[in-house]
Ligand binder design. Structure first.
Ligand code: HPA
Ligand code: ZN
Length: 324
């Protein structure tokens, strides 16, 4: 497979979802945080999910071991080293500050550790990046506004905002004001939509929030007019095959909508979402689709097209991809 050799961007990656069980146990010990798993095997064997919510319960439990600036640095650095092995040259990564500030961890510790790792990755690993602050959609909009307040002193290190966590019953429109405010601050906008929630949530993310990109977007396929619009506007869809399989969003990899959407000319991309929990980093997600070399090249080029890199940098990487 050519994919291991192609440069690529990863655009849908939750840093807290890169917490491997080995690091979870080590940080639990380092910080004296009690966790219910006594071994790596015991943790991994709990990673069986019937739905998004099953996963999120474990994801929030796992992140309880993250307490200090150093923990966030170590977490992000471990991901960036894995990304390097996958030939990721650009990463646009999510973090969930509310998952930490609610436990008494200062915003500055979370942001500071992650930011320092991203800066080190640029100089030491040659990986450029953007950091995207996600609001937890199961919480109310005032909580999101307070989180944006906390981010204000750090906006030079934050490229955009996103929306994640429990989708059903928490439509994008619930966050219309905080997204409008983020836009007025010059931030880029993305949102998880159409993962478990209906195609209507993808429409809302576009029409009410005005997002630049949709995370997942699988269920857009249920609405042909919406698919036509996503193609027309070349809205990036950051899809995550192994995540979708593990969370029951698709019944099998063979049923994944990505190849059809790629064929139809939509700006689809391949990403790993929460690789420590879903059994694979970004190259594993490309391989899982079993596509030919032309499609792999097309997807690697799309990862740059859909990124927030400047046009000339996109052009450079797309030329490199096409030279393989
Ligand atoms: N969906 C929604 N929220 C999330 C996810 C996801 O796949 N991963 C981490 N938070
Ligand atoms: Zn996600």
């Amino acid at each position: 497979m050519i994919i291991g050799r192609l440069p690529k961007a990863e655009l849908h990656l939750h840093l807290e979802g890169t917490l491997e069980p080995e690091m979870m146990l080590a940080l639990a010990q380092r910080n004296g945080v009690p966790i219910r798993f006594r071994s790596v095997e015991e943790a991994r064997s709990a990673y069986r999910f019937g739905s998004l919510q099953d996963f999120l319960d474990l994801y929030y439990e796992g992140m309880s071991v993250l307490r200090t600036e150093r923990d966030f640095y170590d977490l992000a650095w471990a991901y960036l080293e894995r990304a390097k092995e996958n030939n990721v040259v650009h990463a646009e990564v999510f973090f969930d500050p509310q998952g930490h500030t609610a436990r008494g961890v200062p915003f500055a510790a979370v942001f500071g550790g992650i930011r320092r790792a991203l800066d080190d990755a640029e100089t030491r690993l040659g990986i450029s990046s953007r950091l995207i602050l996600c609001f937890l959609r199961h919480l109310d909009e005032d909580d999101a506004q307070r989180t944006l307040d906390a981010a204000l002193p750090h906006l030079e290190g934050i490229a955009g905002v996103g929306l994640d966590s429990s989708e059903r019953g928490h439509p994008p429109s619930k966050f219309a004001r905080v997204f409008a405010r983020a836009r007025s601050l010059g931030l880029r906008l993305v949102a998880h939509a159409g993962e478990e929630g209906p195609a209507e949530y993808v429409r809302e993310a576009l029409d009410v929030l005005g997002v630049d990109r949709i995370d997942h977007g699988n269920r857009a396929v249920e609405d042909p007019a919406l698919v036509a619009r996503l193609r027309e506007l070349q809205i990036g869809l950051t899809m995550c095959p192994l995540s979708n399989l593990r969370l029951g969003v698709v019944p099998s990899l063979a049923a994944h909508p990505l190849p059809r959407l790629l064929e139809a000319g939509l700006l689809v991309t391949v990403n790993s979402d929460d690789p420590a929990y879903f059994g694979g980093y970004v190259d594993d997600n490309y391989r899982a689709l079993g596509l030919g070399e032309a499609a792999q090249r097309h997807l690697a080029a799309n990862s740059f097209r859909a990124s927030f890199l400047p046009e000339e940098v996109k052009r450079h990487w797309i030329d490199v991809v096409n030279s393989f």
